[in-house]
Structures are given as C-alpha cells and as structure tokens.
Design a protein around this ligand. Sequence first.
Ligand SMILES: [Zn+2]
Length: 244
Amino acid sequence: MATPYYYLPVLSPVYRTLHRRINLIRYQGNDFDCPVCMRSWSKSKPSEACPFCGSSTRQKALVIWLEKFLETRSGPLKTLLFAPDFGIERWLRKQEQIDLKTTDYSAPNVDFHCDITDIPEADESYDLILCSHVMEHIVDDQAAYQELCRILRPDGCMVIQVPYARDEAVTDEDASVTDPAERERRWGQFDHVRRYGKDIVDRMARAGLTCEVLPLSTWIHPADMERFELWDDVVFECQKKDKT
Ligand SMILES: [Zn+2]
C-alpha cells in the first residue's frame, strides 16, 4: 500500500535539491526534453518523470496547454493553482502574464490553505484556475465544482486533470469505502475516493461549467508526444456556462 506523504522542514527541501543536482549529472543526454524545466535527458533515466523537476505527463501537458493559452490572453491573469508541484509552480512564477496564488488543504509553502468545498475567495475573482489531481480525493466533488465555478470570472478558464477511465460511462465511486487498502485496490491510491468516467462532464455541468474533453493526442503533435515522453492523457478545459 502507498504510504501517506511526509514532509520534514529543512531536511526534505535539502534532500530534494541534492537529488535534483545529482540527477542533472547522472541522466544528462539528448533523448528526451522536459517542457516544464526545459532540460534534456538520456533514455537511461528511470521513469517518464523529469529527473530535475519531477514533472510527468500531467504536468508536462499542463505547461504545453498553458503555452498555447497564454498566446491568446494578455495579462495580468489572476491565477489560482491548487496542490502546487515544484515544476509547475516554478514555471508559472516565471510567466509575466501570470499573477499567481497557490493553495492546498494542508501542504506547506502555499499562499493560503483551504478546503476546496469552501474557498475563502471572492466571487468571480480568478481568470485562470489550475486544479490537477485533486478532485479524485474530494468526497463532495459537486460542492468543489460549485466553488470553483463561483470564483471563476465569466471569461475565465479552468483546467481540471483527474485519473480518468475514458471508456467508462459512469464514475466509479462508493462513499462507504473508507479502508485505504480497498481504496487503493479499487481506485489506484489509498486516498482516492473515485475514478471518473465520462459523466465528469455532467458533474461539472450541474455546477455551472462547460467542459471540453481534450485527449493529448488531439492537440499535441506526435513528434512532441514522443520528445516529451507523453502518454495519451486527457485535459479537461472548463469555462462558466453563463457568460452574460
Ligand atoms: Zn523538468
């Protein structure tokens, strides 16, 4: 069974920094590129994750989506990032158009902590919301989608990423399952409460959001899929239904 997350102040950041520096030497090469930290790697690296910034398909896809999105908008864009990853946050902080706030339920080093079903931010206050691999942890995801819709500006945009069974019509969930081992067996991780199916679009619609389902292979060039080591994950691009 997967273990819960541990974070030791001082020690954890020092360990991670050292680990990244060692990997820079160990896996340098020209077989793959990371679009998040812009480094190049040898195929000898142990996984699809970037040995420097830790980005996997979902973080790399988010950055590629953001690059396209930022070409269509002028800043500053008030942006809220849930559950920040090292690579994504670092990339966002370098973008002049992005005015970034980070949040999480309990993780350290964010701008504010919040429960995503009760977000302490004003109505229609964000141009861009990024919420990657959070909703599969939230028991009352309908309340969370409503809150995200509430704080999104009428012309704003939101990206949702979740573990997704693209061939299943209906989301697999059961609120009575609380045993971590059973959750891992059924949904892939000890603290997941569901695996989404195609009805994720209906769930968002009920909260007032439109949702476009974007498999990576439909908007990322095959050569880039290979160069960035991406599998055909899905990004959900959402907007407020009523833009009046
Ligand atoms: Zn990287």
